[in-house]
Ligand binder design. Sequence first.
Ligand code: PEP
Ligand code: MN
Length: 281
Amino acid sequence: MDNLKLAALKGKKRSVIRVGEIGFGEDFVVIAGPCSVESERQTVEIAQAVKQGGADMLRGGAFKPRTSPYNFQGLGLKGLKILEKAREMTGLPIVSEVLDTRDVSWMCEYVDVLQVGARNMQNFSLLKEVGKTTRPVLLKRGMHSTISEWLNCAEYILNEGNPNIILCERGIRTFETYTRNTLDLSAVAAAKELTFLPVIVDPTHGTGKVSLISPMSLAAVACGADGLIVEVHNHPEAALSDKEQALTPPEFEELSRKIRSLRAFMEALSERPSHGKEEKR
Ligand code: PEP
Ligand code: MN
């Protein structure tokens, strides 16, 4: 990937992207929250539940990229104001998707991290616009994109002067139909050997199935991801978007517990002095 003039690792130090007290690339960051912001009560309740369950940041869509124009499109500005309120009440920084170049600069006043979604990964005007800000950008991999195309999109943002990029693997379309997408964890390891940017995983959109979120989250931890973004809803059956893939707060809490155990195990493993003959005996 010779065209990655700025994004290539090539001996550079790995980035740490700061969001409040969190450091992507330093800490393992867990982002959780609803697919869509639906009401103040729903968002605040979920924010409090995920905070209690171990989340570091809150997610929630105010502008939703929906397949059908008749589906819920998000609350827009009202949704962002609700997210602000949830941040005030819980202290959790927020990430929300920006769909339109015209919304980039004013949305920076509301969100801590701007999400560029899979459907907009190669919206080059949007990439240039978020690149002109200093807000961290969560750049999701497009559902039809190669690793090279994805990293070139990070290059667009870097080229405009914004170094604060967090990559997110969220699954790609394959011939498989059992899962919503095919979560490509090899892309996590690949992106980490090719660039200096932190890489997180979205097992929610990556699988589309509640039963697969926990195993794929643990696999993401094991393959070296820097964090996770997962959808949580207090009443999944009534969610206005992506109801079939939302964890309940107790399921999220259980997942957080497993992640902590696996991370502690991996840290202990990396601290073991030798893998030589001594240990085999
Ligand atoms: C989302 O995170 O709400 C979303 C729409 O994800 P993606 O862009 O990965 O489909
Ligand atoms: Mn969703």
